[in-house]
Design a protein around this ligand. Structure first.
Ligand code: SAM
Length: 295
């Protein structure tokens, strides 16, 4: 007997009609209607029958269903109350799925992992993210230092490119460094608009983040480090020494900024976009030490 998955245009339409569901644009509701794309996401997420999966925003259950089939257990966070009875219906046949009605930005995901998954189980975050809060969601998951192995997400193509960018490219910036500090980032596939209902205005990509066991670089103070990185890109066309002189205006004059840069062998006439993450760490640590000496 062939089974009709939720992630087909006809089944999705049937469910939406049955519940007279109207999409909320403000919640980034674009549902996937292509099983092949979902299988691709699941393969890249390294999901197998021993793994646990965390999903953000199950919608009517298109990806959740595939995760239920391929993983040991799925826990999904959904903010839209109207979707809960629908999910009970569409995923009723899968006993290994739990839906939590909560805003992911407010959830204690570490506690949920402790309570819902086996000790030492590999856990993967997999999601077709609501595009209006992609970066806050990913930064929260990374800052919280969740005990998960990977995060594989469908997001806006341009944002995925920024997160996985290399130095000296247009997409490279402070977001790149923030993501690569915690993970190895890779864009694994671009996806056309036609696989969604309703179709979004932007193209999408699947981004795979493999979590590092230790941050990419050692920094004296994380907040200070991210502040220096942001400052280095503040005005992309300006030199490093100009951006840093502005940022540290109340602490160091231009001559002192040059001395600090010379001390670590970084040419102040370079632009922020040419520095790799190791150089940013060196830069931030040098300024951090100087700042502390001044105090
Ligand atoms: N996973 C489904 C799919 O692929 O068809 C739906 C993906 S849709 C792009 C995003 C989903 O995230 C919607 O179901 C939306 O209601 C939900 N959502 C939006 N903001 C959320 C938040 N802060 N916390 C949890 N879920 C959220």
């Amino acid at each position: 007997m062939s089974k009709k998955y939720i992630a087909t245009p006809s089944k999705t339409k049937e469910i939406l009609n049955k519940y007279k569901f109207s999409f909320k644009k403000s919640l980034g509701q674009n549902f996937l209607v292509d099983v092949n794309v979902l299988e691709n996401i699941i393969n890249h997420a390294n999901i197998d029958k021993s793994a646990g999966a965390i999903e953000i925003g199950p919608g009517i259950g298109a990806l959740t269903e595939q995760l239920a089939i391929h993983a040991d257990k799925v826990v999904a966070f959904e903010i839209d109350q109207r979707l809960l009875p629908i999910l009970e219906d569409t995923l009723g046949a899968y006993s290994n799925v739990e839906v939590i009605h909560q805003d992911i930005l407010k959830a204690d995901v570490t506690e949920v992992i402790k309570n819902h998954f086996k000790d030492n189980q590999a856990i993967h975050v997999v999601a077709n993210l609501p595009y209006y809060i992609t970066t806050p969601i990913l930064m929260k998951l990374l800052h919280d230092r969740l005990p998960v192995d990977s995060i594989t997400v469908m997001i806006q193509k341009e944002v995925a490119e920024r997160m996985a960018a290399r130095p000296n490219s247009k997409s490279y910036g402070s977001l790149t460094i923030a993501i690569q500090y915690y993970t190895y980032a890779k864009v694994v596939m671009t996806v056309p608009k036609t696989v969604f209902n309703p179709q979004p205005n932007v193209d999408s990509s699947i981004l795979q983040l493999e979590l590092r066991t230790e941050p990419a670089v050692q920094v004296d103070d994380e907040e200070f480090f991210f502040g220096v990185v942001k400052a280095s890109f503040a005005q992309r066309r300006k030199t490093l020494r100009n951006n840093l002189t502005n940022y540290f205006a109340d602490k160091f004059d231009k001559a002192k900024v040059d001395v600090i840069l010379q001390g670590i062998g970084i040419d102040g006439t370079r632009r922020g976009e040419s520095l790799d993450i190791e150089e940013f760490a060196k830069l931030a640590n040098a300024f951090y030490q100087e700042t502390n000496q001044e105090n």
